[in-house]
Design a protein around this ligand. Structure first.
Ligand code: GLN
Length: 197
């Protein structure tokens, strides 16, 4: 059984835990640097990126997270998790983990339309569209060539992407009953050796 950590500092970690149980993975709520050892993968959930970022610093987690990610630990950031993983964030001072070569715009959809749902075509997940729930979501504004865009809004804006062992989504797959995104992440943990740069 794969051991998947879910960063449990703030935000939607319980929902990811349920999702992982549905696909037969063992979830470990993770808060301390030593708890990152021996994981097959890690999910950084949605929530409030500034709060999670502050807690990452308070718990002395930034360096440990960065080292594990550089060493190939598969990591999946949803919404605020994507913001935390990005190299550059528009709408926030500085960056947090700076692990992925994307520029992300925080609260990109503005206040009035800050939550919406949309069926998205995500070819790596197969044919049926994926019901995506956006909650005060960021979007991806720019990607480096090594980043593969996995999903786009109808206007072409990227909202899910992968760079080697790092997977991100603007939306919340853990809030639906469709486990295909988590299954895809689990398949990344199976190919961990190949994911290493
Ligand atoms: N707006 C939040 C932020 O900037 C992200 C929202 C979410 O994770 N659902 O951190």
């Amino acid at each position: 059984m794969k051991k998947i950590g879910v960063l449990a500092l703030q935000g939607a970690f319980a929902e990811h835990e349920k999702c992982l149980a549905q696909i037969g993975a063992k979830a470990f709520l993770t808060r301390l640097p030593r708890e990152l050892e021996h994981l097959d993968g890690l999910i950084i959930p949605g929530g409030e990126s500034s709060s999670i970022g502050k807690l990452i610093n308070d718990y002395d987690l930034a360096f440990a997270l960065q080292s594990h990610i550089v060493n190939g630990l598969p990591v999946f950031g949803t919404c605020a998790g994507m913001i935390l993983l990005a190299k550059q964030v528009i709408g926030l001072d500085g960056q947090f983990l700076g692990a992925m070569n994307i520029v992300v715009r925080r609260n990109a959809f503005g206040r009035q339309v800050d939550s919406f749902e949309l069926d998205l075509s995500i070819p790596v997940l197969g044919e049926p569209p994926f019901h995506a729930i956006f909650i005060r979501a960021p979007w991806i504004e720019n990607v480096e060539p090594e980043v593969e865009i996995l999903a786009q809004l109808p206007d072409g804006t990227p909202v899910a992407a992968r760079q080697s062992n790092i997977l991100v989504a603007s939306f919340h797959p853990e809030l639906t009953n469709d486990t295909r995104f988590h299954d895809y992440f689990l398949s990344m943990t199976e190919r961990r050796e190949k994911c290493k740069k």
